[in-house]
Design a protein around this ligand. Structure first.
Ligand code: GAP
Length: 483
């Protein structure tokens, strides 16, 4: 299916209809850029998390995990530079009161209007890039005026000056200092650095991994779950000898790209690319993005940065605690290579590359979510062919016998054809159907999601097939080979 806005609308609607993602607080009109994960969404999300977590902490014997709090001492965010430097550029339209990021306004204008004039496009974007580098906000404003850019929705040109806008959510904490909702999980790793070294006897090089919520007051939050104000990150900070910075930076860039390619199937290899960062974050000395071909184009899914000793050095200064490695002949602040992956973006990438509309031989269209089996929210479905003659009882017994081992569903609410279609749309790899032959032979039909083929197997084989085909074992083994 072509990646276009029509497909993207279809994807959003599919995610809602089949219980993957709902707009937050929908009964009150929703909340901009905040989403909830439904029954199938949370299963898929948990499977993705489990896979990432095991890839980090099980495959690498020198990476351990942590689960730090969302609210932290406000000095954490002064030390990390987020209070002063975690800013985006903001321009407001005085007539519509809508807020925009000026560089995105210009980029979108140029993409739309200079299609047939590549020279003009290049010249404009190069001027924008130079002004961004020099932080020349006045020139960016002049560019917007020269191009006569209007508010894309309300078509008005009455703009404010451009200013810096801090993206952290501040919360009032009575008489105490203001608190912030964390904008990255990484600081919970840095602030626990000494605790983890001591309690787990870590030796350089080693990593600390964390999965958790982050919050950013995005100026423009859109494209479904791609850019949200509340989202989840899967981050790993890898602590190294300073002189080995580039060795480990290159290692993690390669390793993380391979991980994505392993996760998403063969025909998706062309959907990923690794690009160096144009504009580095305030903490990074060098950085690269892994980009994925989303329905709206190539966009960042994961960042790999060298943060050098930026964070630990600043935390040493602010906390007056020693955050360093003590070895026999040397004590030093280690450098850090960070891998930072957006869980929701990965969810969207996997969901969009798995969702297919297929034309069947009979001319009908089938919608199928071809997720990797180990990520499927439901591993198998058990149906009776008809709701009589004892078939539901046999199917229920099979379901009850193995539900403790696998995530299954039992369903008898519709005709068998409709039951298959529903499981296809959810991404369930196997359906097992109890029919009249089951009574005589203890066999059931297994129906495969991807090619819709069916064959008979013994009831005893059901659990083994699910176990062998849907577990993480095979992919984790592949990953440990290219560590
Ligand atoms: N600790 C480094 C860091 O946070 P980042 O590039 O700002 O780096 C890392 O974010 C990843 O987090 C991004 O590659 C993206 O996948 C995800 N992310 C960032 N902002 C997001 C947002 N508003 N909504 C969803 N995911 C987001």
């Amino acid at each position: 299916m072509k990646k276009c806005s029509h497909f993207f609308d279809f994807l959003i609607s599919h995610a809602k209809i089949y219980g993957f993602i709902f707009p937050s607080s929908e009964i009150y009109g929703g909340l901009n850029a905040i989403y909830d994960y439904g029954p199938h969404g949370v299963e898929l999300k948990n499977n993705i998390k489990e896979f990432w977590w095991k890839s980090m902490t099980q495959i690498h014997e020198n990476i351990v995990g942590v689960d730090s709090s969302i609210l932290m001492h406000s000095n954490v965010w002064h030390a990390s530079g987020h209070v002063d430097q975690f800013n985006e550029l903001l321009i407001e339209n005085k007539d519509s009161n809508k807020r925009y990021r000026p560089e995105i306004l210009i980029q979108e204008y140029v993409d739309k209007n200079f299609l047939n004039d590549p020279k003009k496009k290049e010249k404009t974007l190069s001027r924008l890039s130079k002004s961004l580098k020099k932080r020349d906000l006045l020139d960016i404003k002049i560019l917007i005026d020269e191009l006569c850019i209007c508010d894309p929705v309300f078509k008005r040109k009455n703009w404010t000056e451009i200013r810096h806008f801090n993206m952290m959510f501040k919360i009032k904490n009575g008489n105490e200092k203001d608190l912030y909702l964390r904008p990255e999980t990484a600081q919970g790793i840095f602030s626990n650095f000494q605790n983890i070294i001591r309690s787990n006897r870590m030796k350089i090089p080693f990593g600390i991994a964390q999965i958790g919520k982050s919050f950013r007051n995005e100026i423009i939050a859109r494209k479904f779950i791609f850019r949200m104000r509340e989202f989840e990150q899967m981050e790993m900070q890898f602590f190294i000898l300073p002189e080995e910075e580039m060795k480990w930076y290159e290692y993690w860039k390669k390793n993380r790209l391979k991980w994505h390619l392993e996760l998403n199937s063969e025909d998706n290899k062309k959907s990923y690319k690794l690009c160096d960062h144009d504009h580095l974050a305030h903490y990074a000395s060098v950085g690269a993005d892994i980009k994925f071909h989303f329905p709206f184009g190539f966009q960042e899914i994961e960042g790999i940065h060298s943060r050098r000793d930026f964070d630990l050095k600043n935390h040493e200064f602010f906390s007056k605690k020693k955050l360093r490695i003590f070895e026999l002949d040397r004590n030093y602040i280690p450098y850090v290579i960070e891998t930072s992956l957006g869980l929701d973006r990965l969810f969207l990438a996997i969901f969009s590359s798995s969702l297919k509309k297929e034309k069947l031989k009979n001319g009908k269209i089938r919608i199928v979510l071809k997720l990797p089996y180990y990520l499927s929210p439901i591993k198998a479905a058990i149906f009776p062919l008809v709701r009589k003659d004892g078939l539901p009882e046999i199917a229920k017994k099979i379901f009850n016998d193995i539900r403790g081992y696998h995530r299954l569903v039992y369903d008898e609410k519709e005709s068998i054809g409709k039951l298959y279609r529903r499981q296809d749309a959810i991404g369930t790899p196997f359906c097992f159907t109890v029919d009249y032959n089951t009574i005589k032979t203890d066999t059931v039909t297994i129906r495969y999601r991807d090619n819709m083929e069916q064959k008979r197997i013994h009831i005893k084989e059901i659990s083994k097939i699910i176990e062998q085909e849907t577990g993480l074992r095979k992919i984790l083994k592949n990953l440990s080979n290219f560590r």
